[in-house]
Structure formats: C-alpha cells, structure tokens
Design a protein around this ligand. Structure first.
Ligand code: AMP
Length: 208
C-alpha cells in the first residue's frame, strides 16, 4: 500500500495537491477537516462540539479524529493506499496512525510537508474565504491562530517522521504543476516494493 501523509499549514495547498495525487496513484483521500465539516453539515453531536473548536482555529481532541480515521480505514480495506490530508496533527495522532495501519500490515510510506510563509498563507486563506464559506477562512485573527497552532502543536509531527527517515520538506510556493512534479518524484521513491509472491510468479512465468 502507498500511504502518503501530506503535511503543511492551512493554506499550503494540501487539498489541491491531494486531488492530483489521488488521480495519479488511485488513492483514497482522508481529510479530517472534510470529515469534520461533513459531521457539522449532518448536524451530529460530534459535529456540534467540533464546530466550536474549528471556528476558533483550535484542534479538536485527538480521540475524535483518530476514531474517524479508524473507521475510514475499516471501510476501505481494498484501497490501493491513502492520502492523509490534515492528519496527523499531533504526535499522539501520528503514533495512533502507525498502530492503526499496522493492523492492515502496512504503514506510512512518506510524509511530504509543503512549506509556505505566514503572510502568503494569510493572503491565500482570505482569498479562499471569499468562496469557501468556511468561517475559519474569513477572519484574519482566526487564520493567524490556526497558523500558530500549526507552528506550536503540529510542526512536532515533522520531527516524528524525520526520525523514521520519512520526512520530505518542499517549497509550497510556485506553480501547482511544478510542485506536483516534485511531490511525485518523492512518492515514486517510496512506492511499495512488488510483493515477493508476485515477483516469484513473474519469474516463474518468464522461465516457462
Ligand atoms: P483543515 O480543513 O485541515 O484546515 O481543518 C479545519 C479544522 O478542523 C482545523 O482547524 C481543526 O480545528 C480541525 N481539524 C482537522 N483535522 C484535525 C486533526 N487532525 N486534529 C485536530 N483537529 C483537526
């Protein structure tokens, strides 16, 4: 399985690049932000509780997002792989993702971080807020709060993956297709090896 963690502050371009990666590698997209917004739209208890935190630019509790990822993995057992967008955002979330993927004899293949300076993020998110309808994209104070939360709580996740030699940082400013090309070059280095059984079958076929 190919499991990519796409990382970066809000507004770094994770959503845009996720769509392109899904099309190229046939992956299932798991965005905890999208999953939470869907709970809000459905008016669930979980959605109501999460909305207050999300509107303030704060993280929702680890167990909430971990539970959502757990059920998504269970519902997609035949997937070729996943792209995790906006998850994990804390070290306990990253540890849980390792434990959850191990259940399916797989793990995180690589983590790609899109790096963008705060002023550019604020500009991009205010622009997005004009059409996204997201309250957390429409208020500069809330946007800056989300960037601060990313810098203080989420950036430690990068060290977690660096310790496993899975971290790759990329400049997230530039043409979308150029950035996508750089992401693909990294992903291709981490493509899972052909399973032993398959390569043996291929060798047998050649011999025959
Ligand atoms: P996003 O769409 O990824 O920018 O997420 C929007 C908001 O949802 C964040 O500001 C958080 O309040 C919440 N959220 C999304 N993913 C997570 C996560 N992995 N951990 C905690 N909170 C999250």
């Amino acid at each position: 399985m190919l499991n990519i963690v796409l990382f970066g502050p809000p507004g770094a371009g994770k959503g845009t690049q996720s769509q392109k990666l899904i099309a190229r590698y046939n992956l299932v997209h798991l965005s905890t932000g999208d999953l939470l917004r869907s709970q809000i739209t459905q008016g669930t208890e979980l959605g109501l509780r999460a909305k207050k935190l999300m509107d303030e630019g704060l993280l929702v509790p680890d167990e909430v997002v971990i539970g959502m990822i757990e059920s998504q993995l269970a519902n997609n057992t035949t997937a070729a792989g996943f792209i995790f967008d906006g998850f994990p955002r804390t070290v306990p979330q990253a540890q849980s993702l390792d434990a959850l993927t191990q259940r399916y004899d797989t793990g995180v293949s690589c983590m790609i971080a899109l790096e963008v300076a705060e002023e550019e993020l604020v500009k991009r998110l205010l622009e997005r807020g004009k059409t996204s309808g997201r309250p957390d994209d429409q208020d500069e104070t809330k946007i800056r709060k989300r960037v601060t939360v990313y810098n203080t709580e989420t950036a430690q996740v990068a060290s977690y993956y660096a310790q496993q030699s899975k971290f790759h940082g990329l400049n997230g400013i530039g043409a979308i297709d150029d950035i996508f090309g750089q992401i693909c070059a990294i992903v291709d280095q981490h493509q899972p090896a052909t399973p032993v059984a398959d390569s043996q079958a291929a060798t047998d076929e050649v011999k025959a």
